[in-house]
Design a protein around this ligand. Sequence first.
Ligand code: MSP
Length: 679
Amino acid sequence: MPRGQPPLRDVMQPFYITTPIYYVNDRPHIGTAYSTIAADVIARYQRLRGRPTRFVTGLDEHGLKLARAASDAGLEPQAFVDGMASAFVDAWKMLGCDYDDFIRTTEARHKDRARYLWKRIADRGDIYLGDYEDWYCVGCETFYTEKDLLEGKICPQHKKPVERIKESSYFFKLGAYGERLLAFYEANPKFVQPEGRYNEVKSFVREGLRDLSLSRTTFSWGVPVPDDPKHVMYVWFDALTNYLSALKGPAEPGEAPLFDQFWPPSGEVMHLVGKDILRFHAVYWPAFLLSAGLAPPTQVWAHGWLTVSGEKMSKSLRNVVAPEALVECFGADVLRYYLMRDVALGQDGDFSHASLFARYNGELGNGLGNLLQRIVSSIVKNNLGGRVPAVALATTPEDRELLDTAGRCARAAAGHMDAIAPQRALDSIWELVGAANLYVDRTKPWALVKSGDQARLEQVAYTVLECLRWLSVMIWPVMPQKAGELRAQLGLPPLVPAVGGDQWPALWGELPAGLETRPAETLFPRIDKDGEARILARLGVGAVEGTSTSTSTSTSTSTNTSTGAVPAVKETIQYDDFAKMDLRVGLVKTAERVPKSKKLLRLEIDLGESAPRQVLAGIGEHYTPEDMVGRRVVVVANLAPRTMMGLESHGMVLAANDGSGRLLLSAVAGEPPPGSTVA
Ligand code: MSP
C-alpha cells in the first residue's frame, strides 16, 4: 500500500470531490447534470460542516471522438471544443453548481501534468513500445478484444460497431499490477462504493489484466507523448490525469500547494463517477498512480444511470432531456431536489415528469412551503406583529416530541450525507417537515388566537419557526436558493459556509427573539392540472400518465414539440380480444435497410426461440440500423406473416406515433430475457 490511507470523512481533513470530465462533443443533459448536481450537493454539505473542501469538474476535450465531431462540424478541434465548452459552464451555473475549479484537458496546466505523470511511469520502467492490433469503440474510447464484443462486432456499451485498429503503440504494464491492486483493495475496503460494484471490480482484476495500449499514432488530437510526438496519449490516460492537474499550484499565494493539502495522505479524495466508467477509475487510475509512486484516491463512488421512461437517453431516440427547459419551468432547486430525492445514488433511476409534479406539489408545496406559509405569512404576521416571539422552552409532550424528532432527524440526515446517501438524508429531513406540520395541526395556533392564549401561541409559533430555521440549514446543500429564500422569510441572513465552523443544526433555540420576519411569495406555488398541461406543452412533452386527464399516444418524454390532436380511442374490446395478442420482448440481433425502401428496416429479432425471426419494421426514417442492434423492443409475436418488398415479416415491432408522424419505439425497462411476455 502506498503512503497510509487516511480515515474516511474526518471533519477537518481536507476533502476533494470530482465529477468525471465530460466529453465536450455532447451538450449537458439530465444524465451529466445528475453527476454534477450530486457532487455539488456532497461538496456543499461538507462545506457546511466546516470542512476544507475543493470541488472540481471540467471537460475531456481530446481523442478520436472529439476529432471526428470537430471534423463533422467543419472546424479545427480546438475551435470546436472552445465553442462547446461554454454550454457546460453555463449549464452548471444555471443549476447552482458551485465548483472551485473547472479543468479543460486542452489547457497547458493539464498537458504539463499528463506529461509529468507519463514520465514518472516511464521512469519506473512500466511503459514499453509495441504494436496494438485489436478492436476499438470510438463512442467510449475503449479497447476491446473479440470476446468482450457482442455478436456482429458490436460494442457492449454503445451497441455500435467497433473499429479494427493496428498501429504502433506504447503500452502500460497493467498485467503486472493485478496483485498490487488486489492488495490495495484488501487494505482499503471502502475504496469503491457501492459495495456490489467493488465486487465487480475485484472479479475483473482477478480474471487477469492485459497490458493497456497507452498511445495512438493514427490521429494527432491529444497530448503528444514525451520524446515521441508521433504518438498522442490514450485519451483516458490524458483524462484521468485531470484530477491531478486541477490541484496544480496553491489556491491563494503563500498557501501550501493544493496537491499537498487535498491529495492523500493529507486529504480525502472522492471521485464521483457513473457506473459505466468505474473500471477506468478503480483499476487503471490506481495502477497508474501506484506505478508513479503516488497515492491512489481515497474513494471512487459509482452512481447509477438515469433512464427516461425506461429507455436509455440517446440522441437517436430523441429522448434526451435538457435541463434548461426544466429549470425555466421549475427553477434549479426543484430539479436538484427531484434528482436527489427520486433516485438513490448508486442505483439506476428513471426520470419521469409525473413523479416530478407529484414531488413538487406534495413534498415541496404541501410539505415545506405550506409549513412556512402557515406560520410566517399567517400566524406571525397577523398575530405576533411579524416578529419572532420569545425563545420558548418545550413544555408540553407535543413540544418535546417535535424537539426530539428534530434532533433525531438532523443527526440521521447528517449520517446519511456522510454515507453519501442524499436520498436518505432527504427522507429524514422530510420526516421533520411532516412532524412540524402535524405539530401545527395538533396545537391549532388559530384556535389559540381565538381563545386569546397568547403565551401558548408564542410558544407554538417559536417552536415552528425554529424548526424552519433548522430546515433552512439542512436543505441548503440540495436547494441553496430556496434555503436562502426560506431564511429571508425568517429574517435570517444567507448561509455562508466557513472552514472550521460547523453549521449543521444541533442546538435548539438559536433563532433570536424579536427578529423581524419577512413573509413573501410562497416558496413552491401549487401547480394545478392546467398549469401542469401548460408546463408539459412548454417542455414539448405529451401528457403524463397518471397525472393528467387528457391522453396521448406518446409515452416518451422526448423533446418533441408536437402537441397535435390525439386520435380518438378505438371501439372498446373485451379482455378476451386483447388476450389473443401475444406481445413479447425481443432483442434485435441484426438490422439493415431494405434496398429501395426509405421506411423499412429488416430486423432479426431474438424472441427466445430456436432461431431469430425476420421482422420488417417501418421505422427507417426514425432509426438507423445501428440504433437498433442490441435494443429490446416489444413485438406482436403472433401476427400472421406478411410480405413487404418481397420479404416476409414474422411479427410487428410496436412504436408510438407522436401525432406529427414521428415514431418512437415503445420502451422496455431493464433487460428482460428475449421472449418475456408483455401484458
Ligand atoms: N470523458 C469521460 C470521463 C472521463 S473522467 C476522467 C466520459 N464522459 S461522458 O461525458 O461520456 O460521461 C460523463 C459522465 O456522465 C459519466 O459518469 C456517465 O456515467 C455520466 N452520464 C452520462 N449519461 C448518463 C445518464 N443517462 N445517467 C447518469 N449518468 C450519466 O465518460
